[in-house]
Write a protein that binds this ligand. Structure first.
Ligand SMILES: NC(=O)c1ccc[n+]([C@@H]2O[C@H](COP(=O)([O-])OP(=O)(O)OC[C@H]3O[C@@H](n4cnc5c(N)ncnc54)[C@H](OP(=O)(O)O)[C@@H]3O)[C@@H](O)[C@H]2O)c1
Length: 356
């Protein structure tokens, strides 16, 4: 019996055509078990889920982000990330967000998900970030989509998002076709900079997207102005990126105890406090925190349990944060305080002389 209520289009019917179109037919048909796309069963019944407005499909309200964290250079230790994914899955997590822009993150996901034998049970949210040879040319989008499928070892991606609205008209049109063909189930667009929300909002207001992904946290609440209300009006699901402000929120509360009232909403840690505030907004479908640490993953996925704050409690949580020095400066602090990453993205951002 499914607790996930997935409403997937009949992928198998178009499977042969889809694989052929992707140039994957021979390989996929020779190894059918490796590229399946079957419904998700068996998430725990006692976790917080939210319905995707367009279909009613229920998703666990905490997902997993992979920017920087899952981009590991070949030859470097990576077992900790497989453990992160295992703990995530066993805690009820299913939604994993990635992008071709995140270096080798897609490869890592495809690898761990296949090794853990959970690939078909995940809700994979990927992205497209391409321009083209000329305006309106979607050949790069098609190429990137094919490569993402190969890296993720999938013949269907649950959600594709136009990353940072890059080349949005052409890319979203291509996604509409992928959706019609059954290669993706939902389409969306993402951004993380509030200064671009005026460009994201019209897409949500027109109801073009199934999902919109934006940054929304106790410290960055600009999405409340147009995007979250429009999402509720148009039945657009909302995925929330940067829920910890790239770890800056932890820097602000370092050494501080949680307020006593946190126990009323079942929060044992600051991570759960930050996450429950986000997912308790009625427009929000899920938040996608990222981590490299199994211990932190256990902490984050713990936010799927217990009560959610109501409107009054959300106000109280915010008021408490506003009493903490430096909270109002979070957006201007350097990202990932005290952390460093060593993957393809980091390598690409070095000056040529230093790149090794
Ligand atoms: N579309 C877009 O424009 C866009 C932009 C940004 C992000 N995103 C997506 O959103 C995801 C999340 O955003 P993000 O990765 O930028 O930042 P984030 O999730 O706000 O923060 C991640 C940082 O928080 C730390 N952390 C996680 N759990 C913790 C815990 N329980 N206790 C203490 N520290 C903890 C992690 O460090 P440790 O490794 O030490 O745990 C990591 O450095 C991304 O991975 C990506 O998938 C999308």
């Amino acid at each position: 019996m499914s607790h996930f209520d997935r409403i997937k289009p009949p992928v198998d019917a178009s499977r042969r055509t889809t694989l052929k179109a992707l140039g994957l037919g021979a390989t996929a048909l020779a190894f059918p078990g490796l590229m399946r796309s079957t419904p998700v069963w068996g998430i725990p019944t006692d976790i917080i889920t939210k319905a995707v407005p367009r279909t009613g499909e229920k998703l666990p309200a905490i997902g997993l982000g992979t920017h920087m964290t899952f981009d590991v250079k070949p030859g470097k230790p990576r077992e900790h990330l497989r453990e992160v994914m295992r703990i995530f899955y066993e805690g009820g997590g299913r939604v994993i967000d990635t992008s071709p822009l995140y270096g080798l993150a897609e490869v890592s996901i495809g690898d761990y998900a296949t090794a853990l034998d959970i690939n078909s049970e995940l809700f994979i949210a990927d992205k497209t970030w391409v321009t083209g040879e000329w305006l309106g040319d979607d050949s790069h989008a098609q190429q990137q989509f094919r490569r993402s499928m190969e890296r993720l070892w999938r013949d269907q991606i649950d959600l594709m998002q136009c990353h940072s609205l890059v080349n949005a008209r052409t890319v979203i049109q291509a996604m509409q076709q992928w959706k019609a063909d059954g290669q993706i189930r939902y389409l969306g667009a993402s951004h993380h900079l509030p200064s671009y929300y005026h460009l994201v909002a019209p897409w949500v207001e027109k109801g073009t997207l199934d999902f919109v992904q934006v940054r929304y946290s106790l410290a960055t609440r600009a999405a409340e102005e147009r995007i979250l209300p429009a999402a509720m009006d148009t039945g657009t699901a909302v995925m929330v990126n940067m829920p910890f402000e790239k770890a800056r929120l932890f820097k602000v509360v370092k050494g501080r105890p949680l307020p006593d009232f946190a126990s009323e909403i079942g929060c044992e840690t600051w991570a759960q406090f930050f996450l429950k505030w986000i997912i308790s907004h009625p427009a929000v479908t899920c938040a996608i925190p990222a981590t490299t640490k199994p211990k932190h993953q256990a902490d984050n996925i713990g936010a799927l349990k217990g009560p959610l704050p109501d409107k009054e409690m959300r106000t109280r949580m915010l008021k408490h944060m506003e009493t903490i020095p430096e909270f109002d400066k979070v957006a201007n602090m350097p990202a990932y305080p005290g952390k460093s990453f060593d993957g393809v993205v980091k390598r690409g951002s070095r000056t040529p002389a230093k790149a090794k």
